[in-house]
Design a protein. Sequence first.
Length: 156
Amino acid sequence: MKIALDPYMFRHLPIAEMVRGINSPMVRYLYCAPHTFHLGEDIAAMLRYAAPELAHVHIADSFNHTASSGLRYIINPPGSPARIHQHLDIGQGDVDWDVFFAALHDVGFDGIATACVFAWEERARDSSTFMLEQITRRLATQSQTVRTPLAAGSTR
């Protein structure tokens, strides 16, 4: 059995370094796109950094909770520890999908890609169909495009 660690669950720990330190092909790194804004905003840099250990990606959109001076969501009462956590269809949030898929291509990702939308119970089948079409098209498009700026260290 292989284990892929998602840094969202362990934000206080350097997961990529932990995976490298364990040094086992059975322990790998999972990048969850809807957790992007909890980890930082530079998708390409995060994927490049974790690339040698990257085995699995979760694909769903989310809103950048740090936008609008951190006031994108207003939760009452003020100071509440509640968090908004969404996994939406591609295009319904703030994840930069062009950068995400280009970075996967640039690092030579050949692992598991999982759609992980859980926002639409009432339209789960439509959401799943849409996500499969989007992921398939975007991965195919990237595999046909030679991109060098990300490989050279640029984010665009």
